[in-house]
Every structure is written in C-alpha cells, then in structure tokens.
Ligand binder design. Structure first.
Ligand code: CO
Length: 217
C-alpha cells in the first residue's frame, strides 16, 4: 500500500504543479475535449502516447492494447475509433507500434504465455502472412524489428477496412490513418509511410510496404 500512497502523492504534486503553471488549465480541460489525434498503441508501459509526443492532457484520444492490434470484432477498439471520428471529429488516427515489443517477440519465439496467446494469435497471423519475408530477414533482432513494422502496416489496413472508416470516407470526412513506430532505445518515432485516406489507398500502401526491401523502387 505504501507504493500506492506514493502514486496518489505523486498525482497531488503533479496537479499542484499544473495549477501553479496555468491556474485555468483544469477548468478549461473539464469544459471541453478537442483532441486532433486518435492514438492506437501498445499497452507497454514504456510507450505512453502523450509523453512521447509531448502532448498535454486533452490533446490525444488514446486506445491501447497488447501489441497495438486492430481486430474487426473488437467492440472496444471499434468504439474508440467511431467515437473519435464521429463525436470528437479527430483528423488523424495513428497506429503506433514499437520496436522491442514483447508481445511481438512472444509470437516470433512461439512462447506460450496463457490467455494472451489468443490475442497474440492476431500477430501470429501477420507473422504467417509474411513468413517468407521474415525468413529472408537475416538476424533475430532484424526479424523482430521487421515483424513489429509489419504488424503496424497490417493494423493500419485493418483500421482502413472498418465499416466506421468506410462510412467516414463515404461522406468525405477528412480523416487520415497513419502507421508509426517508436524506438525504445532513442525515444524517436518514425513514420512508416503507409498513411491512407481510403480503404483502396490502404490496400496499395500495404502492398508497397510489405514488398521485400530489395524489390522496392
Ligand atoms: Co508492445
């Protein structure tokens, strides 16, 4: 319990510091929520959306799960997307993976961790889809990095294929889906170049992104 008392104490210090810096901050935030970004990221404690992007509370709408997976039957994720685009009217959806993802590693190594194996099966599907490309990738670290990237690419396409996004684009609402990846070692984000503003564009971007590196123009 002493540990948790420290969490509450830390919160008090943070709230006091925020108030001291900007006395109207909490009142303004409580009155309105206008984030421009929906962030779909990994639950990993080392990849907190707001901190790594330097955003304040109120600026990013966040959905996180193990290995940043978007599944078409996941009511939780679909609801976050629909609320973000229909109600909050965000302009950008960022699917952000990260190198060093332990969920992705478990899949690569064929580890059995319990119930989570069922969730990670979606990442295993990505692994199996790209088995040939992964087999050609030299070195364990490089394969891990590549599967982290491929997982983001596939999840971006999954977002683009949802009924929610098809509806958004059918009514010409300006929303773009992006695929980014974060490096734990230097804190840098990288754009994987799969940004898409339609399901068809999503398919094209995905095809380009999964092409073996040697075959790219
Ligand atoms: Co992770």
């Amino acid at each position: 319990m002493a540990d948790l008392r420290e969490v509450l104490e830390s919160n008090r210090r943070w709230a006091d510091a925020m108030h001291a810096q900007d006395p109207g901050f909490f009142e303004r935030l409580a009155a309105i929520q206008t984030p421009r970004i929906l962030w779909i990221g990994c639950s990993d404690s080392r990849v907190p959306a707001n901190q790594i992007t330097g955003h304040q509370p109120g600026e990013v709408f966040v959905h996180r799960n193990v290995a940043n997976v978007v599944v078409h039957t996941d009511l939780n994720c679909l609801s976050a997307i629909q609320f973000a685009v229909d109600v909050l009217r965000v302009r950008h959806i960022i699917v952000c993976g990260h190198y060093g993802c332990t969920g992705v590693k478990a899949v690569l190594d064929g580890q059995q961790l319990g119930l989570i194996d069922n969730w990670l099966r979606h990442v295993a599907d990505v692994r199996d889809t790209h088995a040939a490309a992964l087999a050609e990738t030299q070195g364990e670290q490089a394969r891990w990095d590549r599967l982290c990237e491929l997982n983001v690419v596939e999840q971006v396409l999954h977002v683009a294929q949802t009924t929610v996004m098809r509806d958004v684009w059918a009514r010409h609402q300006d929303v773009t889906v992006h695929g980014w990846i974060y490096r734990l070692l230097d804190g840098r984000l990288r754009d994987l170049g799969v940004s898409t503003a339609s399901a068809e564009e999503g398919e094209r971007r995905r095809e380009e992104a999964v092409r073996p590196r040697a075959a790219r123009p």
